[in-house]
Design a protein around this ligand. Structure first.
Ligand SMILES: C[S@@+](CC[C@H](N)C(=O)[O-])C[C@H]1O[C@@H](n2cnc3c(N)ncnc32)[C@H](O)[C@@H]1O
Length: 288
């Protein structure tokens, strides 16, 4: 059963298009931010709402034991539980889990690191939405997923893949430079906040090395509508790129935000709505 509980608080969609296969890599974006559960639920519900399709892929069945890895505020754990499955939601952030417990008191939620799972039991399936790119030790996480699954158990996940949010990254970089922020400061922030956005080849190889046979893998562009119209990109930066804002003196931050918006507007703003340039990796594998 359960053992440990961590307490740290690090911090993360709806059209299909191009499929791509890439070679190794991982890019950046704000991995050290503390999670604000209220902000997440009030202005970023698009993250979990897009996870419904991944639940369809999981196809949870009554009585199955399912682990929701990086469950956040628990909305998808709840949706999975509606199928009659026994769900355990796990997340490293105490504030996200507190919120999940408040919203869904009947479900089991655990604070722990995805790279150090505290379970002796095995699960019929491990599910994860929009969370694996935040986990800093992917190999450790995959080892844990494999040992948490029974033989024949399934791993169904979606998260940021190679090329995710590249336009936003590049706009932040050029806007910071235009405001006189030293290039090495931006690189240092980017390095500190590096997230894991693997290619299909890289991630499928990692899963196979750990006894997980890949049944399907798709890397696809999903321009993601952000909430609150004109404020969409600034809300997104506040939630997911706080370190980059914090690296700029307070009085220059409004200029930085405006400059990022100006750079992104031609590509990412349509009919009053901002679309983040998300590229997702959706993967299904079976424990051998
Ligand atoms: C964008 S949220 C997604 C939450 C949820 N899956 C959803 O779809 O709404 C990413 C979550 O990953 C969690 N996370 C980040 N690193 C983690 C780790 N090492 N172990 C467990 N959870 C982690 C964060 O705390 C956060 O709640």
């Amino acid at each position: 059963m359960l053992a440990a509980a961590g307490t740290s608080d690090p911090p993360g969609n709806v059209f299909l298009s191009v499929q791509r296969v890439y070679s190794p890599a991982g890019i950046f974006m704000t991995g050290n931010k503390r999670w604000d559960a209220s902000l997440y639920d009030s202005k970023h519900s698009f993250v979990w709402k897009s996870g419904s399709e991944v639940i369809d892929l999981l196809s949870p069945q009554t009585g199955e034991r399912i682990l929701d890895l990086g469950c956040g505020t628990g909305h998808l754990s709840h949706q999975i539980a509606l199928s009659g499955a026994e769900v355990t939601g796990l997340d490293l952030s105490q504030t996200m889990i507190d919120q999940a417990r408040k919203s869904y008191p009947g479900l089991r939620f655990v604070v722990a690191d995805g790279g150090r799972l505290p379970f002796a039991e095995v699960f019929d399936a491990v599910f994860s939405n929009a969370a694996l790119h935040w986990m800093k030790e992917p190999e450790q996480v995959v080892t844990c997923i494999a040992s948490a699954l029974k033989r024949g158990g399934r791993f169904v996940a979606e998260f940021g893949g190679k090329g995710n949010v590249e336009a936003i990254h590049s706009a932040l970089q050029s806007a910071s430079k235009a405001l006189g922020a030293p290039a090495q400061d931006f690189s240092a922030t980017a390095e500190r906040n590096r997230l894991y956005f693997p290619s299909i080849g890289e991630y499928a190889g990692l899963l196979e090395q750990h006894g997980l046979a890949v049944r399907s893998a798709v890397l696809f562009d999903r321009p993601t509508a952000l909430e609150e119209g004109e404020n969409g990109v600034r809300n997104w930066m506040e939630m997911f790129a706080g370190d980059f804002l914090a690296a700029i003196p307070q009085e220059k931050r409004p200029d930085l935000i405006r400059s990022v918006e100006d750079r992104l507007r031609p590509a990412l703003f349509r009919d009053g709505t901002w679309f983040a340039d998300y590229r997702r990796l959706r993967i299904v594998a079976i424990r051998e």
